[in-house]
Write a protein that binds this ligand. Structure first.
Ligand code: ACO
Length: 388
């Protein structure tokens, strides 16, 4: 019998930058070329054309659905939007404490263990009811936090349209639905980002999908990952006028603050998703008189000033516009307040997290890297009474 070969530990790499920790068919991020493929399709081709249900089906089942498959999948999602009764008092308590929406989403996502089929061993079955309920949690909480009654989901509306409806009680126009759908498709998956890695680590231990999603929400919440678009928009609002951009941004950089919506761990060129969202914003603002075209124009101008200043400060490191910068004007144009930007990201990314869990489950390999010990050794134990 041959002894198992244990590879020697690899050298420590801060932040795991550049380390390949999974193989995937779900998305390919080419940071040098500025290209993103979603299951083989360039994001700029797929995102503005497909429905969110089609893209989710593609990721979970590795092929775009036929008309019959899409109808069945859309119906299954629409049929499972109601929350377990236990979610309501939890959301009410969160609203009384005015918790951030991401915290309420994390709390209520845990109650989805009470939903039928949530523990089905086939994750493409359990995933349907979990994905279906994310928008219901966000919309119900958003309304409760403002002292309004939640609005029941409408099974005749698609995933994106129903989300907007549950927030505002207004059935959205085709243009609004398209705008949101393009956003949801654009951010649905992106290689081994921090929240997806979290979900894969949890599912790799043999744990359940609800646990993986709850952990992933926690990772997405941070401002270095999914929490940037709100602050990016706040920054544009605060600047208010293109003429003030340079002084404002210089002062921020002098204080060693980061400009939200710029820089990326993988992209060394412009994030391709920024262009998809900028194009969606232009299309939307061109078709919907409610859209805030002036804000979009201001964002464009702030962007070019920011890029010039970042190049000046960091000539050694390309810092380009990332997806979060154009998330802001698009979601704002759809009347979503900044507090809902990260939760809306989660509504989309949940489909990607579930896809990665399905994919990882097939390999069954526990993710368990090593650490490098750099602390002291062989210390003598001092009894409590003798410590200063
Ligand atoms: N503004 C100003 N300086 C920046 C920025 C920025 N947005 N991004 C990086 N830098 C600087 C850092 O200060 C650092 O400079 P220093 O070496 O002088 O301290 C240098 O560039 C390298 O920064 P790192 O943090 O090592 O780069 P990393 O690849 O780890 O960071 C990250 C990537 C976290 C996205 C970073 O660019 C950032 O903080 N951006 C702002 C937040 C943001 O937009 N997040 C959304 C990312 S997209 C997403 O997750 C969906």
């Amino acid at each position: 019998m041959t002894a198992a070969v244990i590879a020697p530990p690899a050298p420590f790499i801060s932040g795991l930058a550049g380390v390949v920790a999974a193989q995937t068919r779900l998305s390919h991020v080419d940071g040098e070329a500025g290209q993103l493929l979603l299951a083989g399709y360039p994001v700029e081709v797929l995102a503005p054309r497909a429905t969110f249900e089609e893209v989710t089906y593609l990721l979970w089942h590795r092929a775009l659905p036929t008309a019959a498959q899409l109808a069945a999948f859309t119906h299954a999602l629409a049929a499972q939007r109601e929350l377990p009764p236990a979610a309501r008092p939890l959301l009410q308590a969160a609203a009384a404490a005015q918790l951030p929406v991401m915290d309420a989403l994390r709390l209520a996502a845990g109650t989805l263990s009470l939903a039928p089929d949530s523990a089905a061993p086939d994750l493409s079955v359990s995933g349907v009811g979990l994905l279906a309920r994310f928008p219901t949690i966000v919309a119900a909480y958003w309304r409760l936090r403002q002292g309004q009654a939640p609005i029941a989901p409408r099974p005749d509306l698609g995933h994106a349209a129903n989300y907007l409806y549950m927030l505002s009680a207004i059935v959205p126009s085709a243009e609004r639905t398209r705008g949101l759908e393009t956003y949801l498709n654009t951010v649905v998956d992106h290689g081994l980002n921090a929240s997806t890695f979290t979900a894969r680590v949890i599912i790799s231990t043999g744990s359940d999908l609800v646990s993986a999603l709850v952990g992933a929400i926690g990772a997405l919440k941070g401002p270095l990952h999914g929490g940037a678009p709100g602050p990016a928009l706040d920054m544009v609002f605060e600047i208010g006028d293109a003429g003030r951009a340079e002084a404002f941004l210089r002062a921020k950089l002098d204080r060693r603050e980061r400009l939200m919506g710029f820089g990326h761990r993988v992209y060394r060129v412009r994030d391709p998703r920024a262009d998809v969202l900028a194009a969606a914003a232009v299309r939307f603002f061109g078709s919907d008189s409610a859209g805030d075209r002036a804000l979009y124009d201001l964002a464009r101008s702030v962007e070019s000033t920011a890029l010039a200043l970042l190049a000046e400060r960091h000539p050694e490191r390309p810092l380009q516009t990332n997806v979060e910068f154009y998330t802001a004007p698009l979601l704002h144009g759809l009347d979503l307040p900044t507090d809902l930007f990260s939760p809306t990201f989660a509504v989309s990314r949940a489909a990607g997290w579930i896809a990665h869990c399905i994919e990882h489950q097939a390999t069954g390999r526990l993710i368990r890297p090593q650490s490098e010990y750099i602390g002291p050794r062989d210390l003598a134990f001092v009894p409590l009474a003798q410590r200063d």
